[in-house]
Design a binder for this molecule. Structure first.
Ligand code: SF4
Ligand code: SF4
Ligand code: SF4
Length: 255
């Protein structure tokens, strides 16, 4: 985009076929934001009005809860296990712009491929499904064994046997089975906390498994309460967790 960028006149979005789910839409690749450089401070209000006319709002910056990112999820990506966009929107509507000790990023991925990098955000959600097999429904074709990239399945006595230690909860086996023998034992989001990128990148730690959206919202709320109560100015969440101890942090946000 080179001219009138904030008019939301993205040619790619305009030219998507109307049969495309949710179209017309901006298909992504900008971390859910469009950066418009060189707007003078005194012109921000006019720009804000122009953007509002196009249905866009200014994203928060500085020491705030930033615009929530998400992978495309359902129904766009064939691997998706959840509607990551809708959950991200819910998070964004409640928390975006909150003033905090430092920047705070959140993201939602709809499967363990983790395309929006949940381990590299202050809080990251990653959808997962724990499969179990109904042996009576299995005809022993071996398709799920071949499809599992983690080698978590082996055929034993004509039926697939699951090695849970290798399983990454992606549900590929479920989607491949011609007889629907694989079912979901548990599904929901894994939650990572304390990750960040930049000069000193650190991976967030998984603090919960298989949470639903309501539980996820509670975890964020408690996380922010903890951050506001204990965080020092310009201290990222991950640094706070290391300073006070992960057990104390987890006890506070998972109560
Ligand atoms: S995280 Fe999974 S569902 Fe989301 S875009 Fe990547 S592969 Fe698709
Ligand atoms: S969920 Fe994924 S990793 Fe686990 S057994 Fe099925 S295909 Fe393999
Ligand atoms: S794909 Fe289904 S039917 Fe085939 S071996 Fe796996 S569970 Fe059994």
């Amino acid at each position: 985009m080179t001219s009138s960028p904030y008019a939301c006149a993205c040619p790619a979005a305009q030219s998507l076929p109307t049969s495309f789910p949710g179209s017309p839409r901006w298909p992504g690749g900008t971390a859910q934001g469009i950066e418009i450089p060189w707007i003078k401070f005194k012109e921000i209000e006019a720009a804000r009005k122009d953007l509002a006319g196009a249905g866009l709002t200014l994203g928060p910056c500085g020491p705030r809860f930033r615009t929530v990112t998400a992978c495309p999820g359902l129904p766009v990506c064939r691997r998706a296990l959840a509607d990551s966009q809708s959950f991200a929107r819910q998070i964004d509507q409640k928390f975006s712009g909150w003033l905090l000790p430092h920047k705070f990023k959140a993201t939602v991925s709809a499967c363990p491929n983790a395309c929006s990098r949940p381990q590299e955000n202050e809080i990251g959600f990653c959808a997962a499904v724990q499969p179990y097999m109904e042996a009576d429904a299995c005809m022993g074709c071996g398709l799920c064994v071949d499809i599992c990239r983690e080698k978590a399945l082996v055929l034993q006595d004509g039926k697939p046997l699951l090695d849970k230690s290798r399983c990454v909860l992606c549900a590929d086996c479920m989607q491949s089975c011609p007889t629907d023998a694989w079912k979901a034992e548990r599904m929901g989001y894994a939650v990572y906390a304390g990750g960040k990128n930049g000069r000193h990148p650190t991976q967030g730690e998984k603090i919960a498994d298989f949470v639903n959206e309501e539980q996820g919202m509670m975890i964020i709320q408690r996380c922010l309460d903890f951050y506001l109560q204990h965080g020092k100015k310009r201290e990222r969440l991950g640094d706070l967790i290391r300073r006070v101890g992960r057990d104390e942090f987890k006890a506070a946000v998972l109560q």
